[in-house]
Design a protein around this ligand. Structure first.
Ligand code: COA
Length: 257
């Protein structure tokens, strides 16, 4: 992955750490971010060397303080729609990825930053993190899936409140309402995300991918989650990792996937 300007990627022990690298703009998500994130996702999907990815922001202040307002402030309706569709496509690829993607939220996760974190499978936040969808302050609404994923994570009432008031909530509140999975100090953030990733990566990777597909099926229009589960459960019986996992249990040893 060469020629990246907004993202900084580092692959260690099968885990790709993706850092949004625009600290002077609080890691605001510009058009280049989405182009580069799409390229990174090509790599995450296709490279056998990558077992999972951690997404975080550069510095101690922001994960991402939203879509880059300076880029879209003069857009017309068509350009706005195109921007939203493009954002949806990239974030959908994160959400649907069969490999685990963890957001390590290290500060402001506002607007598009909150939406990016919600597209990830799991969110771990440092105690200085702040979340919000402040778009109505700007006379616009979330355009990268925020109106939908926020409901899925915190329920309709809280989602309505956060979207309509543009309130910014602290990390404790985000934990309490289910927007984040775990909290820690800023120093512990990446180690904690790495530890969770290592735990997930020690499991059957095909089964983990099928879990992602089944959970996402619950929210897909026209798709029956229970039927998806029946089908994917059946498919597991064809895999070598199922044979290894069950054999390891019978032989009272740790599975080697
Ligand atoms: N888009 C573009 N630039 C942004 C940005 C965004 N979403 N968020 C922050 N920045 C830029 C600022 O313009 C500033 O750039 P400058 O130094 O060239 O003027 C820089 O990042 C630092 O931000 P600043 O506002 O000075 O920091 P702060 O600590 O005073 O305030 C925030 C932090 C997060 C409260 C404030 O930056 C903010 O409200 N950002 C916008 C949040 C938002 O509405 N997001 C949703 C967008 S749809």
């Amino acid at each position: 992955m060469t020629n990246l300007t907004v993202l900084n990627c580092d692959l260690k022990e099968g885990v790709l750490t993706v850092v949004i690298d625009r600290e002077d703009k609080l890691n605001a998500l510009n058009i280049s971010f989405f182009k580069e994130m799409d390229l990174v996702m090509d790599e995450v999907y296709s490279s056998p060397a990558i077992k999972g990815a951690i997404i975080t922001g550069r510095g101690t202040k922001a994960f991402a303080a939203g879509a880059d307002i300076s880029e879209f402030m003069h857009f017309d309706a068509n350009e706005g729609k195109k921007l939203s569709r493009n954002g949806h496509n990239v974030l959908n690829r994160i959400e649907s990825c069969p490999k685990p993607i963890i957001a390590a939220v290290n500060g402001f996760a506002l607007g598009g930053g909150c939406e990016l974190s919600m597209a990830c499978h799991i969110r771990i936040a440092s105690d200085n993190a702040k979340f919000g969808q402040p778009e109505v302050n700007l006379g616009v609404i979330p355009g990268y899936g925020g109106t939908q994923r926020l409901i899925q994570l915190v329920g309709k009432g809280k989602a309505m409140e956060l979207l309509m008031t543009a309130d910014i909530i602290n990390a404790e509140t985000a934990l309490r309402i289910g927007l984040v999975n775990e909290l820690c100090t800023l120093d512990e953030l990446i180690p904690k995300a790495q530890a969770m990733m290592a735990k997930i990566c020690s499991k059957g990777p095909i089964a983990v991918g099928k879990v992602v597909e089944c959970v996402n099926a619950h929210f897909k229009e026209g798709v029956l989650g229970f039927t998806t589960e029946v089908n994917l459960f059946g498919e597991c019986f064809k895999t070598a990792e199922f044979k290894e996992g069950t054999a390891a249990f019978a032989e009272k040893r740790k599975a080697n996937f």
